[in-house]
Ligand binder design. Structure first.
Ligand code: CP
Length: 317
């Protein structure tokens, strides 16, 4: 694995899951792997989990960790090629990525989409520039279209909690929100579930179908309760429209899952990547129940990053 930007960088899903579960047994067993190596974490957008879990993962491997809040603290970056930089941008990403590569052995980068131009966002301008100009491995800390570390942590969470022989029924369901949100978590979760040994489907209102590239042959339901029938894992997430890009078409029914759902589906496990808007995306009754896995998912973010860093520093798969 040269970089980690999507599930497609993983050749052996079962192998990387086993590696993660072995690291979980003894997270400090490899403190010399990252000795004298530096992990650089570059954030163009806010974060709680990704920032702290990535730092923790680096420290668990003995790495030095540097964090650059590029959205606030760095020079404003130019991404277009051959441009006359006589506007508001101060430094070209060519220099930024190459200089960061002199300080760091691995670079993590977070850059959300702007949700204004679909083609532009789906071309991954920031991540692509780092992949092009950095001279060290690049890890996506969430890009315009994907959140692979979150999805890896989600898969670990399902693997750890599923004890039956049959594949679990996993449903990704849209939930309400006040703002237009990116597709990254949903796209990425779909992509990982398609590769995993699960029975996967998606529920979303009309107007909110995800990109066909990420859905592939996955069954998509526009009736939430039909989709959620007998679900073992319910992954709750909001996203804006892909078709009417970045907008929020009106939704007729109430898609927020509350106590009623839990009463009718007492064994369903509830997942969300966090941050979550309580009683808008998901009811208190679910988030405060024993059915929720959200804290385990958050804990597994460290494990996902530690596994990815281990594989980048010393490949075994
Ligand atoms: N789930 C997730 O990526 O959380 P943060 O945005 O806080 O990093």
């Amino acid at each position: 694995m040269k970089n980690f930007t999507s599930v497609h960088d993983i050749k052996n899903i079962k192998g990387i899951l086993s590696k993660a579960l072995a690291i979980k047994q003894d997270p400090f067993s490899n403190k010399s792997l990252g000795q004298n190596k530096t992990l650089g974490l570059v954030f163009l957008n806010p974060s709680l989990r990704t920032r702290l879990s990535s730092q923790q993962a680096g420290w668990n491997l003995g790495m030095h960790v540097q964090v650059l809040n590029a959205g606030q603290d760095a020079w404003t970056w130019e991404f277009s090629e051959g441009t006359v930089m006589d506007g508001s941008t101060t430094e070209h990403v060519k220099e930024a990525a190459r200089v960061l590569s002199r300080y760091c052995d691995v670079i993590g980068i977070r850059a959300f989409p702007l949700l204004q131009d679909r083609e532009e966002d789906y071309s991954e301008p920031v991540l692509s520039a780092f992949l092009k100009y950095a001279t060290v491995p690049v890890v996506s800390l969430e890009s315009a279209t994907r959140h692979p570390l979150q999805s890896f942590a989600d898969l670990i969470t399902i693997e750890q909690t599923w004890k039956e022989a049959r594949p679990p029924k996993v449903v990704l369901t849209w939930a309400p929100h006040t703002k237009a949100l990116p597709h990254c978590v949903a796209n990425s979760f779909s992509e990982w579930m398609i590769k995993a040994d699960v029975d996967f489907s998606i529920a979303n209102p009309i107007g909110y179908d995800l990109s066909p590239e990420f859905v592939q042959d996955t069954p998509v339901y526009h009736d939430q309760m039909e989709a959620l029938k007998d679900a073992d894992y319910v992954y709750v997430k909001n996203w804006s429209s892909f078709e009417q890009y970045g907008t929020m078409p009106p939704v007729e029914k109430d898609w927020m899952l509350g106590e009623d759902f839990l009463l009718k589906n007492p064994s369903a496990r509830i997942m969300h990547c966090l941050p979550v808007r309580r009683n808008l995306e998901l009811g208190d009754a679910l988030l405060d129940s024993n059915n929720q896995l959200v804290y385990e998912q958050a804990a597994n973010r460290t494990l996902a990053m530690q596994t990815v860093l281990s594989e980048l520093l010393s490949p075994t798969l």
